[in-house]
Design a protein around this ligand. Sequence first.
Ligand code: LLP
Length: 426
Amino acid sequence: MGQGVLSAGFARSAGLLRCEGVPLDTIGEVAGTPSYVYSTSTIRNRYDLLSDTIASVPHRIHYTLKANSNRAILRLVRSLGAGADVVSGGELFRARQAGFTGEEIIFGGVGKTARELAEALDARVLLVNVESEMELHLVDEIAARRRIRAPVSIRVNPEITVDAAHQYIRTGERGQKFGVPFDDARRVAELAATLPHVTLLGLDMHLGSQLSRVDPYRVGTERLTSIAADLRARGVGSLKYLDIGGGLGVRYDSEEPPDLARFAESVLPLVAASGLQLIMEPGRFVVGNAGVLLTRVLYRKHSGGKEYVITDAGMTELLRPSHYGAFHRIEAVRADNGHIRADVVGPVCESGDFLALDRDVQNVRPGDLLAVFDVGAYGFVMASNYNSRTRGAEVLVDGDRFAIVTERERYETLVQQEVDDPEWRS
Ligand code: LLP
């Protein structure tokens, strides 16, 4: 089982880039730029690919909202059978607005507030992934006040070295802030099993993001199942779930995405032997290749021996290149005029504001449209209003149809929370 054609929702025909059946220049005209454009069929295919990969064991796929929390996309993944994985009160709110019921939601995160925990319990979420002993006691207290038992999973730091593309997206290594350190995990899980207002239902891990190797999943799963076996041997009979997190990588350039057949061969037998239900929390795998950022060329400039393409999108729309040095393929929507080597940069007043450095791109002119590929995950969700820039639109394509699913922000949006006539207190 390979990963299939990755950006199959986007293809060029008669010189023009299209998303499914819709020419991208039509979307540029109607929605304006910068805009994010998502392909329904790509999301559907990617979801089905993962679901087929793990079909041989009982499982639940909880789509991770942080990758892309647009409501239309949430409704789409829910219609495909996904649950939700949220890490803040805001994401919990979004998930419920999109139609997810409490029992379809997992609540995680290293720094949940008491309010967020209370909201999660009141929503009757399936699981709260607890990340420390202190948090466990707080969950117990909050549940006690409600006279309920909180459904809890312990997030274990499996302490495995992983190959994530950037240091900032490694999470399951020794000494990270995430999860309960491996050596403490058995004790904390046993404590959870004895607290009066907690039910220990699962063990959880997340290794990191944009992973290409399968081995860490096998080793991590072994570590979790060995803890599960020890707990059972000590009489803990409540475990139901084994959550191995997200992290499956996608192709941006020439990197090798994980071999799903090997993933299935090496991880699923361990899960099956544990008798627990598998949970996965994918984000990037489902939506990463399903989106492009449409941006218009504003200017060309030659400076210091370098060619610049200045676009109307930059780090405020897509932070990944400047924050992680991430590579995103860039192509002109209409390709007809040869190639140049250039830095593709945004309008933000920072030298670190770029979409690509020293890149071979089409010889575009002002007014031309560019598509920045594979931005469906960690694109729009990481956009900011720096330089008082309004966030762009989001567009969903389905076959020959498209719809604006998030309106472009207006200038008024930028100041609507600011207090004109503040009430002074002392
Ligand atoms: N579960 C947990 C606990 C996570 O922390 C994450 C991602 C996921 C699941 C989903 O991981 P995925 O399947 O998408 O790799 N902004 C970075 C990525 C940060 C990932 C954070 N955690 C980027 O643009 O590469």
